[in-house]
Design a protein around this ligand. Structure first.
Ligand code: NAD
Length: 282
């Protein structure tokens, strides 16, 4: 029986720690504010933005909301970002993705000041991570490091395998595991012998985007298995990229879906907001 790594409990611990830091800053007269920008009314994005605002309320971070119509032009959005970059009262800028098709996401990500890039998507933030300098780290992989550490597992010297090489999960995940002194392998859709590589892993992070693809035949006995995937099955139930029923009996520890990686992303966004004060001081 594997240890179940509870993302709900760990994300609450992190939000509570953020709340304490926010109130310590308030005692020094420092308020922390996050600008949350939503363009259009995509239902999933509206839910995500609502959850981010709720987490701000919980932790004591001010959320300043910008809800723009679907037909907002790229120039108008860039103008707003420029205004927020230059507003001393705003610590973090979050532009909810995806953006409507007529807006170039890359251009928007690059327009956000790296000092306010709480999503950690700016090329400067990614570059800082890759050369071991301080900066904002993408929230989902940062949350996974917290899940691993707080579940009591060591990363140093361990064989870590990441399946997936996306810019927001796989690549920063591999860099973070490396920063923690893991021996890291990245697998992707062109990897040969995926099973054999995965079987080596003491820590296996799965971010493929394919429901229940990883069963016990990919997992070494006692491995820590982190499931980043999230899908709604035909039975309307949520599941991950890992076949939980197959893997749980052989894993040492495993994250469930839901209630594993999912809740960590917003908690780490709050953590990035509180860290922004120190980053901006430097
Ligand atoms: P993506 O589609 O950008 O990347 C998927 C990666 O998997 C690619 O790098 C690809 O090379 C690799 N891949 C695809 N098929 C493969 C195969 N057969 N064998 C080996 N590798 C294969 O996806 P993403 O944005 O990194 O997200 C991955 C999953 O994580 C999705 O299910 C997504 O919904 C979920 N996700 C969850 C959170 C969260 O907060 N829980 C955040 C981001 C993404």
């Amino acid at each position: 029986m594997a240890q179940i790594i509870d993302g709900k409990v760990i994300s609450k611990q992190i939000k509570d720690e953020v709340k304490e830091k926010v109130s310590a800053y308030k005692a020094q007269g420092i308020e922390i504010s996050l600008a949350v920008v939503l363009v259009g009314n995509d239902p999933a994005s509206t839910v995500y933005v609502g959850n981010k605002k709720k987490a701000c309320e919980y932790t004591g971070i001010n959320s300043v909301s910008y809800e723009l119509p679907e037909d907002t032009t790229e120039a108008e959005l860039l103008e707003l970002i420029d205004k927020l970059n230059n507003d001393d009262k705003i610590n973090g800028i979050l532009v909810q993705l995806p953006l409507p098709k007529h807006i170039d996401e890359d251009k928007v990500i690059k327009a956000i000041s790296p000092l306010k890039d709480v999503d950690g998507f700016h090329p400067m933030s990614v570059g800082a991570l890759s050369i071991g300098q301080p900066g904002f780290v993408s929230c989902t992989p940062a949350g996974i490091i917290e899940l691993i550490k707080r579940s009591g597992a060591d990363i140093e010297g361990k064989e870590c395998v990441v399946i997936g090489r996306s810019n927001i999960v796989g690549k920063p995940m591999a860099l973070l595991l490396l920063r923690e002194n893991g021996t890291v392998t990245i697998c992707h859709s062109r990897t040969k012998n995926l099973k054999e590589v995965c079987k080596r892993a003491d820590i296996l992070v799965v971010a493929i985007g394919r429901p229940k693809m990883i069963d016990k035949s990919y997992v070494k006995d006692g491995a820590v298995v982190i499931d980043v995937g999230i899908h709604r099955g035909a039975d309307n139930k949520l599941c991950g990229d890992v076949d939980f029923a197959s893997v749980e009996p052989v894993a040492g520890a495993i994250t469930p879906v839901p209630g594993g990686v999912g809740p960590m992303t917003i908690a780490m966004l709050m953590n990035n907001c509180v860290n922004s004060v120190a980053i901006q001081k430097k």
